[in-house]
Write a protein that binds this ligand. Structure first.
Ligand code: ADP
Ligand code: MG
Length: 219
């Protein structure tokens, strides 16, 4: 049981997302000012503050219940495009966690959770890779996670591989031309800027990996 991810991990993950949204609020606002409407940092920071409040009030007892509460809170409190997109990601992640037999996630379950989040984002926003959106973060993360899990990695290693691929994916949005979302209105002028949603998602996946490392050291 030691090498699985449970509700303590999920709690730490979401705390890490909230901390990252607060820490990077201004950076994400600046990125969104370049190719959007300068609210992405505010949107995710507000959303995860509300999530922190909701978790403080309810303290869900399982990974799937916790992620479901995150999803519902993001969907109901984030007005921008990113609210329903990230909300759907967490809702699908919740369903994937529920499918894990023991309620604790092994390496394959951790990969399935990220794959499910990606599917949620794509079912909601219909973006493919290369369109300069958060899909460019989650898609390589999902591939790296699955590859690591298939190669016998631990859950923490799966999340570390996902986080590294996510960071590279976000960086790789810089030369892309946006063809989905608000940035697509800029056409060629969107080239040369890092996508804000891809950037925040990379922070959220880094938080997932950090939470797993903390679990390993602290339990
Ligand atoms: P808004 O665009 O409504 O102001 P945000 O600024 O909070 O919302 O979020 C913008 C981010 O949402 C973009 O940087 C991009 O990553 C993501 N995004 C927008 N449209 C889509 C889509 N169709 N699929 C995936 N991600 C998208
Ligand atoms: Mg915006």
């Amino acid at each position: 049981m030691a090498d699985t991810l449970g509700v303590e991990w999920a709690t730490r993950w979401i705390e890490g997302c909230a901390a990252a949204a607060a820490e990077h609020r201004d950076e994400l606002i600046d990125l969104d000012r370049e190719i959007g409407d300068a609210d992405h940092g505010e949107n995710v920071d507000r959303g995860f503050r509300k999530v922190t409040e909701a978790l403080g009030a309810q303290a869900p007892g399982s990974v799937d219940e916790l992620l479901k509460l995150v999803a519902k809170t993001l969907i109901s409190t984030v007005g921008g495009a990113s609210g329903p997109l990230l909300g759907t990601a967490f809702l699908r992640a919740s369903k994937a966690a529920k499918a894990a037999e023991s309620g604790e996630l092994g390496a394959g379950d951790a990969a399935a959770l990220i794959e499910a989040a990606l599917e949620g984002i794509q079912s909601r926003g219909h973006a493919e890779e290369g369109e300069k959106t958060m899909v460019d973060t989650w898609a390589p993360a999902a591939r790296a996670a699955r590859e690591a899990a298939d190669g016998g990695a631990s859950p923490a290693e799966v999340l570390r591989a996902a986080a590294e691929a996510a960071a590279q994916g976000a960086e790789a949005t810089i030369p892309l031309k946006a063809t989905k979302g608000r940035a697509s209105y800029l056409g060629e002028r969107s080239v040369g800027h890092k996508d804000p949603g891809a950037t925040s998602s990379a922070y959220f996946l880094a938080a997932a990996a950090a939470a797993a490392d903390a679990a390993k050291g602290g339990e």
